[in-house]
Design a protein around this ligand. Sequence first.
Ligand code: ADE
Length: 316
Amino acid sequence: DGGGKPFLQQRTIAREIQLKESIGCGKYGDVYHGKWRGEDFAVKVFRSFDEKSWFRETQIYNQYLLPHENILGYMAADITSKSDDMTQLWLITHFHKNGSLYDYLCNNESITKHQAARLLLSTVQGVVHLHTEIQGAHKKKPAIAHRDIKSKNILVKSNGDCCIADFGMAVVQEFSGTKVNFPSNPRQGTKRYMAPEVLNLSINMGNFESFKKVDIYALGLVMWEICLQWETDGVVDPYQIPFQDMVQPDPSFEEMRDVVYVQKMRPPLPNRWQGDELLSNIAAIIDEAWHDLADARLTALRIRKNLQSAMDDEGK
Ligand code: ADE
């Protein structure tokens, strides 16, 4: 049993919540600001064709995940049929007024070392929680791989820490095994963030570890996005989405395959990072996260430890 509230309570919340303004729209649905009993929440309304993502995300929250400060907080899910062909699929979560990490990086010209460190560590901590199996007497969760890690699926909380969202594609590992429990969901990850082994179709879909390594590749890209906005000696780079100058705005699978797998390109590590001890150490971590060979990538836990020691060493 995961961290979900009782079903009847979820229904009550969904029936009583008032929808306010739209705070985001995407291919798979729209997100609204909502109010329930005086408090702010976010309501994700899924497109009816994407019922399987709603089902999977709801299942992940209710059955598999445990609440964690770096995972978007879950309140309720609801499904209502207006008529035979009109099904409404809702997911109600905590609301974060800063919006996504992508919005946050676009809206801020620069971030300080302190802010960047919080964004980095908290994002990595969220992935560590997902990837880790917990087998306690009272707390139990399987290892989960996200499969669509990107800056638009990470939210920035008002304390400056991140939390991970969108579990519509997540896969779950069998307890103490290697087998994978799949969603019956045809949705694919975001092409721009796809790892080389996904792009060249060589990924071993039968082994759960493969999916953790795919997450780590995408995590490397997200870490790069954060570091780009990190100001050193008054210099900062404008925000760029990964591969901004290398592919079209909505790249095709073939285009990404060519750039990432055939040409083995990665986003550029700015020269100015080499002049900063901490940033150059983090660049080395990023380089091992988005490694061409999945087996050579660091684990989330190792990234957290390396980041922590790079930050502790700083100024010694
Ligand atoms: N955009 C998508 N999900 C959100 C959330 N939970 N809070 C704020 N903005 C969001």
